[in-house]
Design a protein around this ligand. Structure first.
Ligand code: NZQ
Ligand code: ZN
Length: 384
């Protein structure tokens, strides 16, 4: 097991009706900038619950944060937060709203020039505004992590930053807030959470048996619960299990002491930046192709996963690996996400374009840092 430090300061407040707890989490009189997306929170009653709980605070609102939040929009919120002299940002919505809010929090008091450099040049962030969150879409794990991903129109870039100062102080997870999600977003969330686990698990053995079992537990829960998670009308217990899986998928617990991959995410972000596919749609395409390309290096873990998660124990190693890659792709398709570039009619040249963009940034992806431009191109050809 590798050495590690783990500290996670986010308070999770979980369950039915828990939005009312905001009144105990934010001191009365606080100046709160409530950030949200395209309006789902106004249609599903979440906004009304939040405003009731904020009755003792001074509140302004900033709406319109898009899926794959745009730097251009977020900078308008930065200006509003400065003018309002906000003391806390309350993100209410999905991962995009929260990621965007983490960027706003970091940018408000940023003194190093253009805040885009927080993402593009890893410029240090000091003294960000505190963040609270009501998460309405189980997927990213953003509610209990310190990552944010922001897109910029003018350069067609989608970049991430990580900073321990942007962990939400608290995140409220009420599974009932997910009832209004369109089926497509539920499917996206299942796949995103699943792939987060894989980025931390599907590498090589590292004498971390507990972390392996924790990862396998999240994977098996997602697979077993998927039909109930997708059921209509929504099933509270399945939604609760889903929500907690998504948080566990990327709150750092699974990453303690183990090697990590993240090639699928890095390649996927480029496809979103260029062609606008949803984040999870890109992952469902790229992950099986990464495994096909990397099957020798990932052999031991692919076989472990085949056995422990899918009970694939017979046949020779190569056939078990081929079967488990296909089982995983079939699982993505079963929840409703296609698994090839062809399904989205993306041009075959995308392989070269994405490879070129990543290699210009000096990318060395994967747990062995062995995936550069040439390998990215090969992977995307396998994804066609
Ligand atoms: O904008 P509104 O109107 O709220 O609608 C949203 C949006 O259209 C809707 N939605 C959210 N909750 C809803 C709802 N609709 C009805 N009922 C609800 N309860 O869903 C749509 C998609 O929302 P979005 O926030 O974009 O989805 P998601 O949570 O999947 O976030 C995706 C973003 O997170 C980044 C992705 O790259 C992408 O930009 N990621 C962030 C990570 C992190 N912070 O750790 C890790 C991930 O790997 C990922 O990269
Ligand atoms: Zn993701």
């Amino acid at each position: 097991m590798n050495n590690f430090t783990y500290h996670n300061p986010t308070r999770i407040v979980f369950g039915k009706g828990m939005i009312r707890e905001i009144s105990n989490l934010i001191p009365a009189g606080s100046r709160v900038l409530l950030t949200y997306g395209g309006g789902s929170i106004k249609r599903n009653g979440v906004h009304a619950q939040v405003m009731k709980a904020l009755a003792g605070c001074q509140v302004e609102e900033f709406g319109g944060i898009e899926p794959n939040p745009r730097y251009e929009t977020l900078m308008k919120a930065v200006a509003q937060a400065r003018k309002f002299n906000a003391g806390l940002l309350l993100a209410v919505g999905g991962g995009s709203v929260l990621d965007g809010t983490k960027f706003i929090a970091a940018a408000v008091r940023f003194e190093g020039g253009d805040p885009w450099d927080i993402l593009a040049r890893d410029k240090p962030v000091r003294n960000p505004l505190p963040i609270g969150c009501v998460m309405t879409l189980p997927a990213t794990g953003s509610e209990m992590n310190c990552y944010a991903v922001v897109s910029r129109d003018s350069t067609q870039e989608k970049l991430a930053f990580a900073n321990p100062l942007v962990y939400p102080q608290f995140s409220i997870l009420d599974p009932e807030t997910t009832y209004s999600l369109p089926r497509k977003q539920v499917a996206n969330g299942i796949v995103d959470a699943f792939v987060h686990v894989m980025e931390q698990y599907m590498t090589y053995p590292s004498a971390a048996p507990l972390q392996d079992r924790q990862s396998e537990a999240v994977l098996r829960t997602l697979i077993e619960e998927a039909p109930r998670i997708l059921a209509d009308p929504p099933d509270y217990d399945a939604r609760a299990a889903f929500m907690w899986c998504a948080t566990n998928g990327l709150n750092g617990w699974l990453a303690c002491g183990v090697p990590q991959d993240w090639a699928t995410h890095m390649i996927g972000h480029e496809i979103t930046a260029l062609h606008g596919l949803d984040h999870a749609q890109t992952l469902a395409i790229v992950l099986p192709a990464v495994w096909k390309h990397e099957k020798e290096r990932k052999k031991a873990k692919l076989l472990q996963y085949a056995s422990r998660v899918w009970s694939l124990d017979s046949g020779d190693e190569d056939s078990r690996i081929a079967q488990v890659i296909e089982k995983t792709a079939a699982f993505f398709r079963s929840v409703g996400l296609p698994t090839s570039l062809h399904d989205y009619q993306l041009p075959p040249e995308i392989a070269k374009t994405v490879a070129g963009r990543l290699s210009r940034r000096g990318a060395k992806l994967g747990e062995h840092e062995a995936i550069s431009g040439k390998e990215v191109e090969e992977i995307l050809r396998l994804a066609y």
